[in-house]
Design a protein around this ligand. Structure first.
Ligand code: S3P
Length: 449
């Protein structure tokens, strides 16, 4: 399928020399989106270092501009935002077009929807298929009017917010940081306390950044794995400095590439080690991966480490469902690692993967089939039967369905398969990791367009 940037651009990868060297991947996508959003909602100036300049984040920046923020790029990764403060948003003149970005669109529904303005949300063919009810339901309870929506609660949709939102207590129906964040952001314009209950803890960047900008947030344990997060509404957020740590979800690609490519020895510098994001590393270490955490330190309020990764013999494991929130975006690349392992890897409870940029579970299975990897889907579980380092590869180009992580995963796979792998389109890689191909080439990878 073609997309907003023109015709599809296929890319192929093939086995070559071992991967060697040191790289640093770009800033975290979740924190980059939130940097723009908190900049908008603050009074005064916010300075951001290390922003991910991927398409998704740039769409969020555009939307923040349309709502009144003054945003300037001072140097690569260095941005300055002058906010308008909670309650100060202006009505956008145009449709807010979020392109491929689920996070940007959903978080901004909480932001724009909680103000007495009319805002229209839209996106590309992929975003138009993704479920937005999960955001619209709690927002409606908070007093937000959904004026129009595409069938089944999808974009394009139009929101009209109240003067102040109604504070609610809401238990999220899925383990989703996007749902949690949209509610908390809408709760900023409430006169009282907004509580979100999640049965399984998801990434906590919104909570951390709320505090960093001056809001009062209480977090209490809830049940075995969950949390209750309470925000005191209508704080005065003050512009501040943000250093964006690097994205563990992007680091995952060179990391697995080094694990599966014989002879490799790679250092990935300054990777964010937030425990709600490191499920993949936990899993790979259980599988026998050689991953050393070096030089652990604090950067911008998060622990980061340099990861030294060496080619390893991997063994299949069972990945419990409870770990899903900490590695939700990493299952496609884990499936690649599992293809090279000895024995079966069972990934439990992957229903949330079906509602990403595309049905990632189906897309992973289709890609594995092209590469000749034995696998099964049993209910919401994915089973990959590894072939102990020997994967055929080849097949037809893998269909990426506008999904950046599917594209990167199968390009990584092709670095260690007997025959090269091709993906049908690489353009979407720019949404989250624009420098993926040059960085992989720097390590010695053979990737050809
Ligand atoms: C994100 C939350 C996750 C993740 C996405 C980023 C966020 O989505 O997949 O890439 O920044 O809050 P869900 O909330 O749908 O799990």
């Amino acid at each position: 399928m073609s997309h907003a940037h023109g015709s599809p651009s296929p890319v192929a990868s093939k086995a070559g020399t071992p991967l060697k060297g040191r790289i640093r991947v770009p800033g975290d996508k979740s924190i980059s989106h939130r940097s723009m959003i908190f900049g908008l909602l603050s009074i005064g100036e916010t300075r951001v270092e290390g922003l991910l300049e991927g398409d998704d984040v740039l769409r969020t920046a555009e939307a923040c501009r349309a709502l009144g923020a003054t945003i300037t790029r001072e140097a690569p990764g260095r941005w300055r935002i002058i906010g308008v403060g909670i309650g100060g948003l202006t009505e956008p003149k145009d449709v807010l077009d979020f392109g491929n970005a689920g996070t940007g669109s959903r978080l901004m529904m909480g932001v724009a929807g909680s103000h007495p303005i009319t805002s229209i949300f839209d996106g590309d063919a992929s975003l138009r298929k993704r479920p937005m009810r999960r955001i619209l339901d709690p927002l409606t309870q908070m007093g937000v009017a959904v004026i129009s929506e595409a069938e089944g609660g999808r974009v394009p949709l139009t929101l009209r917010g109240p003067k102040e939102t109604i504070p609610i207590t809401y238990e999220t129906p899925a383990a989703s940081a996007q749902i949690k964040s949209a509610i908390l952001l809408a709760g900023l314009n409430s006169p009282g306390r907004t509580t979100v209950i999640e049965q399984e803890a998801t990434r906590d960047h919104t909570e951390r950044m709320l505090r960093h900008f001056g809001a009062s947030v209480e977090v209490a344990p809830h049940g075995a794995d969950g949390r209750a997060i309470t925000l005191q509404g209508q704080p005065e957020l003050r512009g501040t400095e943000i250093v964006v740590p690097t994205d563990p979800s992007s680091a995952a690609f060179p990391l697995v590439a080094a694990l599966i490519t014989p002879g490799s020895d790679v250092v990935i510098e300054g990777v964010m080690m937030n425990p709600l994001r490191t499920g993949l590393i936990t899993t790979l270490i259980e599988m026998g991966a050689s991953i050393e955490r070096l030089n652990e330190r604090d950067e911008g309020g998060e622990t980061v480490a340099d990861l030294r990764v060496r080619h390893s013999r991997l063994t299949g494991v069972t990945v419990p469902h409870a770990r899903a929130p900490a590695m939700i975006d990493e299952y496609p690349i884990l499936a690649v690692a599992a293809s090279f392992a000895e024995g079966t890897t069972r990934m439990q409870g992957l229903h949330e993967l079906r509602v990403k940029e595309s049905d990632r579970l189906a897309a992973v299975a289709a890609g594995l089939a092209e590469a000749g990897v034995e696998h099964e889907i049993q209910g919401d579980d994915l089973l990959v039967h590894g072939s102990n380092g020997k994967v055929r590869g080849g097949g037809n180009p893998v269909a990426t369905h506008l999904n950046h992580r599917i594209a990167m995963s199968f390009l990584v796979m092709g670095l260690a398969t007997a025959q090269p792998m091709t993906v049908d389109d690489s353009a979407m890689i720019a949404t989250s990791f624009p420098s993926f191909i040059p960085l992989m080439r720097e390590l010695g990878a053979t990737i050809q367009d």
